[in-house]
Design a protein around this ligand. Sequence first.
Ligand code: ADP
Length: 629
Amino acid sequence: MARPKQFKAESKKLLDMMINSIYTHKEIFLRELISNASDAIDKLYFTSLTNSDVNLNREDFKITISADKENRTLTISDNGIGMSREELEENLGTIAHSGSFNFKNENDKQNDIDIIGQFGVGFYSAFMVAKKVTVETLKFGEKEAYMWQSTGTEGYTVEPCDRTEVGTTITLYLKDNTDDEHYDDYLLPFEISSIVKKYSDFIRYPIVMDWSSRRLKEGSENEYEDIVEPRTLNSMVPLWKKDKKDISKEEYNSFYRDQFADYSEPLKEIHYKVEGSATYNALLYIPKKAPYGYYNKDFEKGLQLYSSGVLIMDKCSDLLPDHFSFVKGLVDSEDLSLNISREMLQHDRQLKVIATNIEKKVKNELIKLQKDDRKGYEEFFEAFGMGIKFGIYNSFGANRELLQDLLMFTSSNEKQMVTLGEYLDRMPEMQENIYYANGETADKIDMLPQVETAKKHGYEILYLTDGVSEFVLQMLGSYKDKKFVNVSGADFDISTESEKQALAQLNDDSRDMLEEMKSSLGDKVHSVRFTSRLSSHPVCLASEGGLSVEMEKVLNSVPDGNKVKAQLVLEINKDHDIAAKLKDLYETDKDTLSKYTNVLYSAARLIEGLPVENPTELSAILCDMMLGK
Ligand code: ADP
């Protein structure tokens, strides 16, 4: 016999874990092997649609289980695509999905159990119940068959074998019984049948096993005979075609984990049936967390597409709009032809109707979630909210009706999350606008001088911290006729008419001084003026025109983008002592006025989270001031 090859490192760890598993649901090995067999059959079935060399019809495909009590072996066979020598080495010598497999702590048994329990660990789970496993396989289109063999710890061997049928046969040599584990149970037809029903009932191909029963002999009234005949163990009714009330949460969840390769449970399942202009079943899921690479450009969205229970496409992207890329699941429709090509699908009217339906349904379910399970919805928004925002922005607002109610923002009210609808519902009758402020974090925004003033007036403020939200609000412009107003913008004015007039008068009277200050700042600011909107703070930066300071930051951070500049206004609190000081300096000491103006400007920049343009100069001025120069 050839010298055994060693398993790749991660595979070895997994293997050790399986061999020494104390996991109580060891029976799931059968589910894993059956799923693999079913996938292999899918592949050959797909091939058969275009390749006449496959001389099997759909009804010929099956998975066969047999138990040999004497030799204590359990065999799972399929007439699927099979594996070549290279594939045997590649697939069973290494773990295919190493990316999703992270061992945090090798000695952490609890962790092991979680991994086995929550994540389909596939083929290796066979070693939870077997001391030796053989895989005999012939790949479709190849002449030579191979046998893979392993006792787990010693590595594995691959050798040619005699096999003429395309497909794969996996034989498990069961572990010896112990006081705690009775591995022989896996040889009992009744036990096998109930495991299959529990985990693999919906598998699309028959799972067949020889079943012996005792029956009255034909023509006799008291003579019995033992008959052995093949019995199909699974109902083959796919989960999504079953009645909702017959499906448990656990069934929904484990189906999700198996089909869509997610380690965690979904946030919510959406299972429904439509009859009418399009007839279909859909089983959709909203995941809890964004999958790895979700926000990458090459993330592939899509739903599985079935035609009358037969998978015709694994990721049909036309079924999902970009803003709902996070949805996983499947659609099964009788209206679609089995042999429809991708190109034809794109133009298929039925498919468009289904896609529009799905978009509406997902939105409605999300709104429901928002009302019924607030925590769940916030979790959802944390994971996928960015996609919703881009959905509004990228469509230039065309999707506003669909998406605006899904938005959430951190509110100045105890930094809770708030929707636009809720904001409107609780805003004082007199309030005219929806206010927001930008900053790096909610805590930093809380400290902005303009925010202090708005809060004093009893206004709730939306705290925007991601650089995208303000663009989204600008795209929306308003929500139910209430304008979005940046508390740092020039539009933010909450004074009364007479206050406004008084301020205008003050600015007019101080025009010379303000111009003097502006000229000492050069083109760093558009103008300098007094304001009445600051409470305790001496200064702030405001912006005029559509471009806010935050938007300037975001736009200028885009590599190769054109640099933009917000029109900045340096605002001085008219009621602060500094105002009188400045006036005094204007009369007595213009040099010092210029220095102070620069310091105030730098302070205003820092408050906005902007860098100081000339820190060395600033520190020199500050030192001069300390020294009374
Ligand atoms: P997974 O199924 O999650 O990819 P497994 O460890 O269960 O991981 O299987 C690894 C690979 O081995 C499969 O992806 C498949 O390519 C191959 N494989 C396993 N069982 C079979 C089988 N019965 N027929 C053909 N290929 C198989």
